[in-house]
Design a protein around this ligand. Structure first.
Ligand SMILES: Nc1ncnc2c1ncn2[C@@H]1O[C@H](COP(=O)(O)OP(=O)(O)OP(=O)(O)O)[C@@H](O)[C@H]1O
Length: 297
């Protein structure tokens, strides 16, 4: 499977409940305990090639902890993670090399480096120049450096930051910083990209652009797993959705199945961390459902 990012016009939702590709990422019985607290409990998740998977759940449900287990930031107390048929050790560097990249809920860029340099850093896991080559700066080093720069430039254009390459990351608007994080993740040539709240803090226009970008990532042959609180975003973006509640998998399935499941709505309304009114939550979680019913779909 190619993970090259080509310049293509905006991607489209597949419209299919599941692309039916081969299994790419498989988490089995993943459990993470912090002392007496079980943040993630026996969670299974399967992601297929070319699939966009959504991960939802109220605050504290264990979504980010589950991501941290998948990406080697945490060593799960129990369970295993298999990527492209190979069990991956819980070491972030190895996980990236095996083809899984991620972004973070709280943006983690190198603020004093340019946008281009930030993406180039992501690329270095795919270059072969060792310390000696870097000191000597011979032809091999210079060729890799040039290729890394070109690839970083290409990726910045892909995410819509082609005009901001020389700006310091810390000076970019918030939405652009999130896109820069995605470009840096793509620079590692991943098979699957994990995005932790990619639209947090974005305005509606930026959210729409983020959705279009994720479709294009999928169209370029990568699978995507997305954590989001924006239900409208998740249900229009994803092929399948997994809802976690108190660390456990509550419901998994097509967006239409998950959004109409009373347990999901109950989980959100029943969450002490959510302070919206029931009416607002109903609009957020169930609006597409009501629209579908009214239109007789
Ligand atoms: N390093 C840690 N040590 C102890 N407890 C932790 C740690 N990380 C997370 N937790 C706890 O695990 C539970 C799950 O947290 P997590 O951040 O994974 O939830 P989440 O679903 O991502 O929440 P949110 O939507 O608010 O980001 C919470 O009770 C949290 O306090």
């Amino acid at each position: 499977m190619s993970t090259r990012v080509d310049e293509r016009p905006g991607g489209q939702p597949s419209g299919a409940p599941s692309p039916g590709g081969a299994v790419l990422l498989e988490a089995r019985g993943v459990t993470m305990r912090f002392g007496g607290l079980t943040a993630v409990n026996q969670v299974d998740m399967v992601v297929h090639e070319g699939e966009i998977m959504g991960l939802i759940g109220p605050n504290g449900a264990g979504k980010t902890t589950f991501f941290n287990c998948l990406t080697g930031l945490y060593k799960p107390t129990e369970g295993r993670v298999v990527l492209a048929g190979k069990e991956i050790p819980p070491r972030p560097g190895l996980v990236v090399k095996e083809g899984m990249a991620r972004t973070f809920q709280n943006i983690r860029l190198f603020g004093n480096m340019t946008a281009l340099e930030n993406v180039m850093v992501g690329r270095f896991c795919r270059t072969s120049a060792g310390p000696l080559t870097s000191i000597v700066r011979g032809p091999k080093y210079r060729r890799e450096e040039r290729e890394t720069r070109e690839r970083a430039q290409e990726l910045l254009e892909f995410v819509g930051l082609g005009g901001s390459t020389e700006l310091l990351a810390r000076n970019l608007p918030y939405g652009d910083q999130r896109r820069l994080e995605i470009a840096r993740a793509l620079a590692t040539d991943p098979k699957v990209v994990l995005l932790d709240e990619p639209t947090a803090g974005m305005n509606p226009r930026e959210t729409e652009q983020a959705q279009e970008l994720i479709f294009r990532i999928r169209d370029n042959g990568m699978a995507v797993v997305v954590i989001e609180h924006d239900m409208r975003f998740i249900f229009t973006l994803c092929d399948r959705v997994l809802c976690l509640v108190r660390g456990e998998a509550l419901v998994e399935g097509a967006p239409s199945v998950v959004q109409s499941d009373p347990r999901v709505i109950e989980a959100y309304i029943g969450s002490p961390d959510v302070d919206e009114s029931d009416e607002e939550l109903d609009a957020e979680i169930g609006s597409e459902l009501h629209t579908e019913r009214e239109e007789g779909r």
